[in-house]
Ligand binder design. Structure first.
Ligand SMILES: NC(=O)c1ccc[n+]([C@@H]2O[C@H](COP(=O)([O-])OP(=O)(O)OC[C@H]3O[C@@H](n4cnc5c(N)ncnc54)[C@H](O)[C@@H]3O)[C@@H](O)[C@H]2O)c1
Length: 450
């Protein structure tokens, strides 16, 4: 066995098999959720292929290149079967999942017919909602309570009822609700310890957003929690501590789907070739409800922050001042209703080569926002369930692959390079199954190792 694997010995996990039904709890039942749920039912019925999903489509190389094997990831690690997923969720609008899928308009009506009954049966529970965090929306399906702690307790009761009624064995929660207003407050005293957060919930502190109330409810109940939006949600010391205390895996923030996905594919290539960057202008038009919410400057600010830090951490301007010390990075998101979910993202990238000579790169990505997001949500849900059964807890940095602003230990720099994230994910799977890590050096094929 090579020296590189030595330090990973002992990290192999005993993984409980995924027996029984997995409840998937979705705060927010809009475009991403309804596309995810419809897709899982269509794929389970053999009516569609789960493209874009690593857990369903990808294979993983094991062993050396002169004698490799390539099992499917879902056979290499024991993942829940799609047929065992049972969905439930909350929304401020009372529409069932079929109505919501029609309103969002991501999947056409003819295709949806095949799973209409399954979707109609999913009706959102009343939401924990605070208009001050999502200024562009208001809806009638909302919980009332004397304090935010009581709201959290109501969410816990919804979860317990759902678990009992559906005979569920395990649960995972994944926030697919709207982007909340930006708050630069993770250093706020209320968020520093479990006790301070619980006191603040009881005292109804205005600083606590709804997404944090759901996260608190899930983590308190030992349920893995993922955050698909840029919201603060579980990304505060108090909830990271609660996750560690309750042995709960957590991951976030903000699904990496359209433009940021492309950014984290292109930027590592430019850097690998030591091409300089003068400016990167990213502009988007989208017309779904997410776009409408982001039309509010405070919600947009949350998005801008998760999207913005990606280039800095990949390009490391402090280490390469001549190349990346002073590039101009601008991000625009424009709400444009005619486009619905069919987003268009333009990137103009001004780069510099040999002798500082300028060049340009233009990318026009005509993408389908929720078509890209649904498989990401599915993978995160299945991997968090795996992590829980493998006894892994706290921040799951190996799931960085899926997020615009990956959560990691506060003293570490997040990894945003998609290819580094891919290796991190695959090597983590190899490690927990006791397989050799693959570092791609390849020197051992040509030189005798000691
Ligand atoms: N669509 C994508 O490709 C994509 C990519 C990355 C991140 N995201 C993020 O995922 C989230 C969902 O995106 P979407 O496109 O499904 O948006 P959407 O507007 O279609 O759906 C969000 C739903 O959440 C509901 N909601 C808002 N606040 C709520 C609360 N407190 N409790 C329960 N429900 C609540 C809204 O009523 C809405 O139905 C957004 O935060 C978005 O920024 C989406």
């Amino acid at each position: 066995m090579g020296a590189s694997t030595y330090e990973y010995r002992g990290l192999e996990k005993e993984i409980t098999p995924p027996e029984g039904r997995l409840g998937v709890l979705l705060p927010g039942m809009g475009a991403v959720s309804s596309t995810l749920i419809a897709g899982v039912h269509l794929v389970s019925a053999g009516l569609a292929h789960p493209l874009g999903s690593v857990t369903q489509m990808a294979r993983i190389r094991l062993g050396k290149r002169d004698n490799p094997s390539y099992p499917l990831i879902r056979e290499f690690v024991p993942l829940a079967d799609l047929k065992d997923l049972v969905f439930g969720g909350w929304d401020i609008f009372p529409d069932n999942c079929y109505q919501s899928a029609l309103t969002c308009g991501v999947i056409d009506k003819t295709t949806l017919q095949a799973v209409k009954e399954d979707l109609e049966a999913i009706k959102p529970w009343p939401a924990v909602f605070d208009h001050s965090f999502v200024k562009k929306l208001s809806g009638p399906n909302v919980k009332q309570a004397a304090s935010k702690m009581e709201l959290a307790e109501q969410v816990m009761r919804d979860i317990e009822d759902f678990k009992r009624r559906k005979g569920l064995d395990r649960l995972v929660m994944c926030w697919c609700g709207s982007t909340e207003a930006y708050q630069d407050v993770n250093t706020h005293p209320a968020f520093q310890t479990i006790e301070s957060l619980e006191d603040a919930l009881k005292e109804n502190a205005a600083v606590i957003p709804p997404s944090m109330i759901y996260a608190y409810a899930a983590i308190s109940m030992g349920i893995p929690y993922a955050n698909g939006s840029p919201n603060l949600s579980a990304d505060v010391p108090a909830l990271v501590a609660l996750a560690a205390q309750n042995r709960v895996p957590i991951a976030g923030k903000d699904f990496k789907t359209g433009q940021t996905l492309i950014k984290t594919i292109i930027a590592p290539g430019l850097k690998a070739r030591m091409l300089g960057l003068s400016g990167w202008f990213s502009s988007n038009i989208l017309g779904n409800r997410d776009g409408e919410v982001l039309d509010d400057p405070q919600s947009f600010r949350s998005k801008e922050v998760t999207k913005g830090s990606v280039l800095d951490s990949i390009l490391q301007g402090d280490l390469y001042p001549e190349l990346y010390g002073d590039f101009y990075h601008k991000i625009r998101i424009e709400y444009y209703p005619p486009r619905g979910d069919a987003k268009e993202g333009w990137d103009n990238i001004d780069i510099r080569g040999w002798l500082d000579q300028p060049m340009q790169l233009k990318i026009d990505f005509l993408c389908r926002d929720s078509i890209l997001a649904a498989p990401v949500a599915l993978d995160v849900i299945l991997f968090l369930d795996l992590a829980r059964r493998a006894g892994m807890s706290g921040i799951q940095e190996w799931l960085s692959f899926y997020f615009k602003s990956p959560m990691c230990r506060p003293d570490l720099t997040p990894v945003n390079d998609l290819f580094a994230q891919d290796k991190k994910l695959r090597n983590t799977l190899r490690i927990i199954r006791g397989e050799e890590v693959i570092d791609h050096s390849g020197l051992d094929y040509y030189e005798d190792a000691d």
